[in-house]
Design a protein around this ligand. Structure first.
Ligand SMILES: [Cu+2]
Length: 458
């Protein structure tokens, strides 16, 4: 049985121990579990409170709680953290309980929730419970609805989770700095009846972005638009885990956007329906089919599909610059420019200079020496070679014969014979040519120019 104990002992790197939890059970403030691993943790099945179907946070985890007099008590600690963005790059971020983003909070519609927030940051903070319908004084806007939480202080928030749906949490105190440093987390309020909106796999993640110059560890918090790391839950591909799905499972993916621009998320090999927004669930008749859903700034979207097409399917932001890692945008277009002669001259001045961009931007196979602590722009590798992607990119792996609840990476898809695009070495059919271009000045088609001729004399 997968339960909280399994979560605690089975999760590599989890630093919370069962003894810690029991020792804290009598304490006035619940223990604040810490997660040190950026790997996707198994779903946290509820050990107390009402039943629900837990979500899986991509490259993240859910926060254990304790029940006290019928109230679900959580403890978030706002603190500096070190987050691995992908193997080869770490970032000094701010987050909660050891990670950025913070842990996902899962409750059930109607739960009374008490959240202790301890501030271990060097400046004041608050938490805003984005999307929740709650008393004004619990809304977390520093100065407007509460005094800010000074460094070293603990505040307590308490409200009833009134509506099932998809939510986020983030500071509303120096939020430009604090969100640029990674302070955010996911919140799911499950329906009272676990059969309602039930799916087989329910993935959640936040979209975030950082500006960390190559060789640096700390984000530039003054950047407004020109970020260089576009991340899913503070991970950039190939650091993002795959979403592993059993064939014919009904799958939900919930995404929240806490960057400064929109992200059109695109699925391969399937169609989905948009089933949830910031405001709640869409009635079935109002759902619409898509293969790309745009997630605006500050918005949440839930999509659902039946994973009926086995394979390894890309799932990514469709802004091509958002599927790249740290890069400079200030490069001229050198496609078609023969730099061979120039390279020799520059090499005399700058040993190791490489010709770049003359055959396009492809860099997959390029083994450039990188500065310390940065990621190649397009970095992954797959069964057929380089995957020239980074950033907001992951893979949905649909497989037959997985066990229910098995999220382990099954490896690359084994394609049935004859179903992979391949090189053609036979005779080529004649390609039909386009008709010759008209001579200059020649009238094209029969349409008359100047559509007012027939109206003369009015
Ligand atoms: Cu994007």
């Amino acid at each position: 049985m997968t339960n909280r104990r399994h979560f605690i002992t089975g999760a590599a790197g989890a630093m919370v121990g069962a003894s810690l939890v029991s020792k804290a059970a009598a304490a006035a403030i619940p223990e604040a579990p810490v997660q040190s691993s950026p790997a996707t943790q198994p779903p946290l099945h509820p050990a107390s409170g009402r039943p629900y179907n837990p979500v899986v946070t991509l490259n993240g985890w859910s926060l254990p709680w304790r029940m006290k007099d019928g109230v679900k008590e959580f403890h978030l600690v706002a603190e500096p953290v070190v987050r691995e963005i992908a193997p080869g790059m770490k970032a000094n971020l701010w987050g909660y309980n050891g990670q950025s983003p913070g842990p996902t909070i899962e409750v059930v519609e109607g739960d009374r929730v008490r959240i202790f927030v301890t501030n271990k940051l060097p400046e004041a903070t608050t938490i805003h419970w984005h999307g929740q319908i709650l008393p004004s004084g619990m809304d977390g806007v520093a100065g407007l609805s509460q005094p800010a939480i000074a460094p070293g202080k603990t505040f307590v928030y308490e409200f009833v989770a009134r509506h099932a749906g998809t939510f986020m949490y983030h500071p509303h105190s120096d939020e430009m700095t604090q969100m640029a440093m990674g302070m955010m987390g996911f919140w799911v309020t499950h329906p009272k009846d676990p059969r309602q909106h039930a799916v087989d796999r329910d993935f959640v993640f936040l979209l975030n972005a950082y500006d960390i110059a190559p060789g640096n560890y700390t984000p530039n918090v003054n950047t407004m638009l020109d970020f260089n790391l576009w991340t899913i839950n503070s991970r950039a591909f190939p650091g993002t885990d795959p979403m592993v799905v059993r064939k014919d499972d009904r799958v939900r993916i919930r995404m929240g956007n806490l960057t400064m621009t929109n992200h059109p998320f695109h699925i391969h090999g399937h169609r989905f329906e948009v089933t949830g927004t910031d405001g709640g669930w869409l009635p079935p008749a109002a759902r619409w089919p898509e293969v790309t859903v745009d997630i605006g700034v500050g918005q949440m979207r839930a999509i659902e599909f039946v994973a009926d097409n086995p394979g390894d399917w890309a799932f990514h932001c469709h802004k091509s610059h958002h599927t790249m890692n740290a890069m400079s945008h200030a490069m001229p277009n050198l496609v078609g420019v023969d730099q061979a002669g120039v390279a020799k001259t520059i090499n005399d001045l700058v040993p190791g200079y490489m010709v770049m961009g003359d055959k396009g931007g492809s860099m997959g196979g390029m083994q450039m020496p990188l500065p310390e602590n940065t990621l190649p722009m397009m970095a992954g590798s797959g069964p057929f070679g380089d995957i020239e992607m980074g950033g907001m990119f992951t893979v949905i792996k649909v497989r037959e014969g997985l066990a229910r609840g098995d999220y382990r990476d099954p490896g690359w898809y084994e394609h049935p014979a004859g179903t992979v695009a391949r090189e053609w070495t036979g005779a080529l059919p004649d390609a039909p040519s386009a008709p010759p271009a008209p001579a200059q000045g020649e009238v094209i088609g029969t349409a008359k120019r100047g559509g007012h001729e027939g109206h003369e004399g009015h």
